[in-house]
Ligand binder design. Structure first.
Ligand SMILES: Cc1cc2nc3c(=O)[nH]c(=O)nc-3n(C[C@H](O)[C@H](O)[C@H](O)COP(=O)(O)OP(=O)(O)OC[C@H]3O[C@@H](n4cnc5c(N)ncnc54)[C@H](O)[C@@H]3O)c2cc1C
Length: 380
């Protein structure tokens, strides 16, 4: 594939993971990322089961990921007085191998940076397919032509919008929002999660950012305006008990807050001509717990099928669809919103109750392992 010149949009997890494989297969790779640098910090993401382990090992980064792993930590589900009602164990929240999302993005970037071109602080503005390539214009850089373009730019994918049409046709809102904020106030070494019907606030513990999930109608707001998002949180959590008023005051002081809908991506096909989607852009399900594994395994399969087809993108994209879509099906089913922020007192009790019984927990973990390993990995 020495002559293939490939543009990847997005330097999150899927983009650099794909770059890693394409470089190894001899392609010339450019990654364009809207943010000015790999995005640091953030929440923890996790890998589980043999399939994820095998792909990380074939990438040669399993030991590096292990060295950076956070170690799952327990979340105490508490009542309004702060008393523990149940404990969500670390192995449930953190899978088998948990790492901060920002650390993983940085690791993948650093592993690929010297062998491909990263363009930060830019974004694609148009894609025009010709018989031999895709002509691409950018917000800042000069126009260029590539053989293939990959949209690995997350759940609100820019490439998907340009090549597949408006987001409303591919992204389904699942009835909840989530928010993350780095607070200047320490809420203690133990992670605590407080629920009232349709609302959840979690603070404390080593997982750093405060985390919120709440039920809502679709909201109209600017995703890049932090103050607007703080107002939304203040309204959504007004009158909530425990230490939530104190948490909200700390959110007001926070430099930024990240608020987004819990949504699910569904496209009838991952590719259109020479443009293909990968990771959350293709099969994202916010907070579903499988996004990072799907991104890394998807990158392995997409690059592998391109290599197996000798760079014939039509054959490769067909094979990617055939091999990967059944595995990505898990992203079409889950909705973490009602689990994290159950809608009534009885549902909150039922959710908490599940964590009191080891056998139920063991069963849930067995199921997630089954989904995470439900693909036969080829050796490309
Ligand atoms: C709170 C939270 C908890 C999560 N927990 C888990 C978990 O426990 N386990 C798990 O597996 N997954 C989890 N996930 C999901 C996981 O982070 C993603 O599913 C995974 O990282 C997929 O990677 P991606 O590269 O496809 O997308 P992303 O990581 O979102 O990367 C997309 C990149 O594209 C960039 N971009 C956006 N627009 C443009 C543009 N116009 N031009 C160029 N670049 C652009 C973005 O800046 C970003 O760097 C969680 C997500 C959140 C928000």
């Amino acid at each position: 594939m020495k002559n293939l010149n490939i543009l990847i949009s997005g330097a999150g997890i899927a983009g650099p993971a794909l770059a890693h494989w394409l470089i190894r297969y001899g392609c010339a790779v450019t990654v364009v990322e809207k943010a000015p640098a790999p995005r640091p910090g953030g929440q923890a993401v996790d890998f589980k089961g043999e399939t994820h382990r095998t792909v990380l090992s074939r990438m040669g980064i399993l030991d590096d990921v292990r060295a950076l792993q956070t170690g799952g930590s327990d979340q105490h589900l508490i009542d309004a007085e702060g008393r523990t009602l149940a404990v969500m164990p670390g192995e449930f929240t953190g899978g088998e191998l948990e790492i901060k999302r920002g650390d993983l993005a940085r690791l993948l970037h650093d592993r690929t940076a010297s062998a491909c071109e990263y363009v930060f602080g830019d974004s694609i503005t148009s894609l025009t397919e010709t018989p031999d390539g895709v002509h691409v214009t950018f917000e800042r850089a000069a126009p260029r032509t590539f053989d293939l373009v990959v949209g690995a730019d997350g759940i609100h994918s820019n490439v998907r919008r340009l090549a597949f049409g408006p987001e409303s046709g591919c992204v389904r809102f699942l009835g909840h929002y989530y928010a993350l904020a780095d607070l200047d106030q320490d809420f203690g070494p133990v992670g605590r999660m407080y629920n009232e019907p349709g609302r959840m606030a979690a603070v404390g513990g080593p997982k750093a950012p405060a985390f919120f999930v709440f039920a809502s109608e679709p909201l109209d707001y600017d995703r890049y305006d932090a103050e607007q998002q703080k107002d939304i949180l203040a309204r959504a959590y007004a009158g909530m008990g425990w230490r939530v008023p104190e948490v909200l005051a700390a959110v007001r002081r926070a430099p930024g807050v990240y608020l987004d809908s819990i949504s699910q991506v569904r496209v009838d096909r991952y590719s259109r001509g020479r443009v293909v989607l990968l990771g959350d852009a293709a099969y994202g399900n916010t907070l579903g717990g499988f996004g990072t594994g799907l991104a890394v395994v998807g990158a392995y399969v997409l690059a592998g099928e391109l290599a197996a087809a000798g760079g014939d993108h039509r054959a490769a994209f067909d094979a990617y669809e055939r091999v990967f879509r059944p595995y990505a099906k898990i992203s079409e089913n889950g909705n973490a919103g009602p689990f994290l922020a159950p809608g009534s007192p009885s549902r909150i009790r039922m959710r908490n109750w599940m964590f009191k019984y080891r056998f139920l927990l063991a069963w849930m973990m067995k199921m997630t392992d089954k989904f995470a390993t439900d693909i036969e990995l080829k050796t490309y």
